[in-house]
Design a protein around this ligand. Structure first.
Ligand SMILES: NC(=O)c1ccc[n+]([C@@H]2O[C@H](COP(=O)([O-])OP(=O)(O)OC[C@H]3O[C@@H](n4cnc5c(N)ncnc54)[C@H](O)[C@@H]3O)[C@@H](O)[C@H]2O)c1
Length: 329
C-alpha cells in the first residue's frame, strides 16, 4: 500500500516508516521538521518538508504518490506548553488536521490512522483503561486529540472515511537494530532523561512525587515499545477496507511500571547510577495509567513483543550509547 506518513520524521513516525518498509509497503513522508529529523528517514523514501495544513501541496503529494492511506503522527505534544499556549495546540493539532482531512476527502483518499493518546481519559477512576471508559482530558493537549477523534467519527458517518485512532500509552525504546531512536528537543520523556542523567549528559533526574498511593510511592505508567506501536498501525489495514469503519484502540502492554522501577532498569542496563532527586508532584499527574489492550490483541491479532521494561530500555540504551547527541551525533 502507498502510505503517506505525516510526521514521519518524528520519533514514532520514523519507526513506523521502517516497519512499513519491512512489511512490504511504500511509505512517503511529509514533515515540516519543526521537531523531526531528516536523518531519521531513509534517504530513498520520498520526503516532503511541507506543513500538513497546506492543502495545495498535500493535494499534489496525494495525487503524485498515488496515496491510498494516511497515517497522522504530526502534533505538538508538550502538555505544559498546551496549558500556557492553547492556541498553538488547537491550530496545529486540530485546525491543520482539518485541512489535511478536507484535502484527503477531496482527493478520494479515505483511509486514516491517527495518533491519539491516553491523555484523552484525563484522571481515570478505574484501571486498567478500556476504550469505552469516559474521556475527560484535563489539558488542551489531550482535548485537541479528543477533538480530532470526534471529527473523525463525523467524517466516517458523513463521508465514508475509515479510520483507526490509537490511544498510545508511553511510547519508549528504539529500533532493535540501533538505526534510529528517540530524540525530542526539548526532551521530557523519562527513559532518555534517565539515560542522560546516568551518563552525565544531563543534570540529575527529577522524580515528581514519591507519596502517591502506589507500591513505591512513584507514578505508575505503561511503557510500550515504539516498534510494537508501529506494528499495530499496519495490523489495522485490513479493518480499514470497510468504508466508514470507526475504530478506537488502546495501545499499551498493560504492565504498570513505576518511575523508580524505570530508574532501576536504566541502572541495570547501563551499569551506571542514575542520580535523581525527589521533586514535588506535578499538577494533573494521575497516580497510575495503564492500558487494557485486549481489543487490539483480539481484533488486530496484535501482540507486543516487548512486555517488560528492561528489554525496552536496552534498545534505548543501544541507540543513546552510539548517538549521545541523538541525531546531532
Ligand atoms: N511519544 C509518546 O509517548 C506519545 C504518547 C501518546 C501520543 N503520542 C502522539 O504520537 C504522535 C507522535 O509522537 P512523537 O513522540 O513521535 O512526536 P514527535 O514530535 O517526535 O513527532 C511529531 C512530528 O510531527 C512533525 N510536525 C508537527 N507539526 C507539523 C505540521 N504542522 N506539519 C508537518 N509536520 C509537523 C514534527 O516535525 C515531528 O517530526 C503525536 O501526535 C503525539 O501526540 C505520543
Amino acid at each position: 500500500m502507498n502510505v503517506l506518513v505525516v510526521g514521519g520524521a518524528g520519533y514514532i513516525g520514523s519507526h513506523c516508516v521502517r516497519q512499513l518498509i519491512a512489511a512490504g509497503h511504500n511509505p512517503v513522508v511529509l514533515d515540516n521538521l519543526v521537531y523531526g529529523h531528516r536523518a531519521a528517514v531513509p534517504e530513498d523514501v520520498p520526503f516532503y518538508p511541507t506543513n500538513l495544513g497546506n492543502e495545495k501541496e498535500v493535494g499534489k503529494i496525494l495525487r503524485k504518490e498515488k496515496i491510498e492511506l494516511v497515517m497522522h503522527f504530526a502534533a505538538y505534544a508538550y502538555v505544559g506548553e498546551s496549558v500556557t499556549d492553547p492556541l498553538k495546540y488547537y491550530f496545529n493539532n486540530v485546525a491543520a488536521t482539518l485541512h489535511l482531512l478536507r484535502c484527503m476527502i477531496g482527493s478520494g483518499v479515505k483511509k486514516f490512522v491517527f495518533s491519539s493518546t491516553c491523555a484523552t481519559y484525563g484522571v481515570p477512576e478505574k484501571m486498567p483503561l478500556v476504550e469505552t471508559m469516559p474521556q475527560a482530558p484535563i489539558n488542551p493537549y489531550g482535548q485537541t486529540k479528543l477533538d480530532v477523534e470526534n471529527i473523525l467519527k463525523s467524517l466516517a458517518h458523513a463521508n465514508g472515511l475509515s479510520f483507526a485512532a490509537f490511544r498510545y500509552f508511553n511510547a519508549a525504546g528504539a529500533a532493535e537494530d540501533g538505526a534510529i531512536g528517540e530524540h525530542h528537543d526539548p526532551e521530557t520523556h523519562l527513559i532518555p532523561l534517565a539515560i542522560d542523567a546516568a551518563t552525565g549528559l544531563r543534570p540529575p533526574l527529577q522524580v515528581f512525587g514519591n507519596d502517591y498511593p502506589t507500591p513505591d510511592g512513584t507514578c505508575l505508567r505503561d511503557y510500550v515499545h515504539v516498534d510494537d506501536l508501529s506494528r499495530a498501525h499496519i495490523a489495522v489495514f485490513d479493518q480499514l477496507a470497510k468504508p466508514g469503519a470507526a475504530l478506537f484502540y488502546n495501545l499499551g502492554t498493560g504492565t504498570p511500571t513505576s518511575v523508580l522501577e524505570v530508574i532501576r532498569a536504566v541502572e541495570k542496563v547501563t551499569g551506571k547510577t542514575v542520580p535523581h532527586t525527589i521533586a514535588p508532584r506535578r499538577a494533573g499527574d494521575p497516580p497510575a495509567l495503564y492500558a487494557d489492550s485486549t481489543k487490539a490483541k483480539t481484533e488486530l491479532n496484535w501482540t507486543p513483543k516487548f512486555t517488560t521494561i528492561e528489554p525496552i530500555v536496552a534498545t534505548a540504551w543501544q541507540w543513546h550509547q552510539a548517538n549521545p547527541q541523538g541525531f546531532r551525533s
